[in-house]
Design a protein around this ligand. Structure first.
Ligand code: GLA
Length: 394
């Protein structure tokens, strides 16, 4: 959608044409899956798909929100003094939760706002459209109300909205990637300490291709919580034998030494994934720094195998698309990305072979699954920020 179109919609919906524009990206995770809530490492990056928020302050206490993506729901309106979760407010609960927790954290929001949202992250694809709308709201509030808020605090408020306002028990990765992303860089984040490091993703001859299975992540939330509690069970057993706070504290060697204490083989596999995946993530950064892209790709492949066999969060669609990707020439590595159970996978593909890669993988997927996949080439972009043209120095 063009700026001029959004302009016209803003005018039509709010009868005003003076606004500022904010943007928050979506994310992919290169490696380090289901490690964040285990106190391990993740390695995500922000992408250039995301959520735009066009916003202006009002003279009263009304919050009026409109999404181009949910036109049928019209303007959702509530009062600055009534910020409870409401099912009928649907998508607008994300910005509502942000406003509420900003106020609760002591940030002064002294008037209502009109906001138009527009997102171009493919729907339900697991590219963090919810973290994107949360952080778009965060930078919008920061900008309009001149708030001095630390970016990591904003990220934490986003996670709090997800956990406590919406009720999804997710880790910190998505909000962190969306809030802290940097153009052309991945972020290696230690989810225990929140220490992080940017790492340039310089893959001159390669492109990262997102492969969207178009399979809705139906069981995602319940299975997600199930995996979390399986990891907690493993942790409790291991804590009787070794002093650790999180599975992410264990090295693979330590895990191997104590793994037999976990008598349930299913729980043991879950823990094994968490520990080994954490290690692979740290190794992946090293490989990237040494410009050892083959090693990086190998770790990416191992990550998928572990998510498939030990953590069991892939499913037929993700396995079909990733296994088809592995068979193509010029592919360094491929794996699912995000929570799993559908959604997207990524592949690192030689630049000149991207077209034939998409052709071939698309064909195989359609044949085996019965409906088409979608493909997008990744551009690694910045984290959430104001993008109002000619008005960047508010
Ligand atoms: C979802 C969650 C993240 C993370 C991933 C799995 O995206 O929101 O916190 O746990 O799944 O790595």
């Amino acid at each position: 959608m063009e700026q001029t179109e959004l302009n016209a919609i803003f005018k039509k919906v709010f009868n005003e044409s003076d606004y500022r524009t904010f943007f928050a990206p979506g994310r992919i995770n290169l490696i380090g899956e289901h490690t964040d809530y285990n106190g391990g490492h993740v390695f995500p990056c922000a992408i250039t798909f995301g959520t735009y928020a066009l916003a202006r302050k009002r003279d009263d206490q009304k919050i009026r929100l409109y999404s181009v993506n949910f036109e049928n729901l019209g303007v959702i309106e509530f009062d600055l003094n009534h910020l409870d979760y409401e099912k009928s407010h649907d998508w607008a609960n994300y910005p509502k939760g942000m406003i509420r927790y900003f106020i609760e954290a002591g940030y002064e929001i002294d008037s209502g706002v009109d906001v138009l949202f527009f997102g171009n992250i493919p729907n339900g694809a697991g590219l963090s459209s919810s973290a994107s709308i949360e952080l778009a709201t965060g930078v919008m509030l920061e900008g309009l109300f001149h708030l001095a808020i630390d970016r990591i605090d904003m990220v934490k408020i986003g996670q709090k909205v997800e956990n406590q306002f919406i009720g999804v028990n997710s880790g910190i990765m998505d909000q962190f990637a969306v809030g802290m992303g940097k153009k052309d860089n991945g972020i290696l984040l230690d989810c225990e300490t929140l220490k992080f490091e940017y790492a340039p993703i310089e893959m001159d001859n390669y492109r990262i291709v997102i492969m969207n299975t178009n399979k809705r992540r139906e069981l995602a939330d319940s299975k997600y919580n199930e995996r979390r509690s399986e990891c907690e069970k493993a942790l409790h057993v291991l804590q009787k034998h070794i002093s650790i706070d999180r599975l992410g504290n264990l090295t693979p060697e330590q895990f191997d030494q104590y793994q037999d204490e976990i008598t349930d083989p299913m729980i043991r596999k879950r823990a094994k994934h968490a520990v080994y995946e954490n290690n692979r993530t740290v190794e992946a950064l090293k490989a990237l720094k040494e410009n050892n892209l083959n090693k990086f790709g190998e770790l990416v492949n191992q990550s998928h195998i572990s998510l498939r066999d030990d953590y069991e969060v892939t499913g037929k669609e993700l396995d079909t698309i990733v296994e088809a990707a592995w068979k193509q020439e010029g592919v360094l590595g491929a794996r699912m990305t995000g929570a799993g159970f559908g959604g997207c996978a990524i592949a690192i593909v030689e630049k000149d072979r991207v077209d034939s890669f998409i052709d071939q993988v698309g064909k195989t997927y359609q044949e085996k699954i019965g409906y088409p996949a979608a493909f997008y080439i990744v551009t690694v972009g910045d984290g959430a920020k104001e993008i109002t043209t000619g008005n960047m120095h508010h």
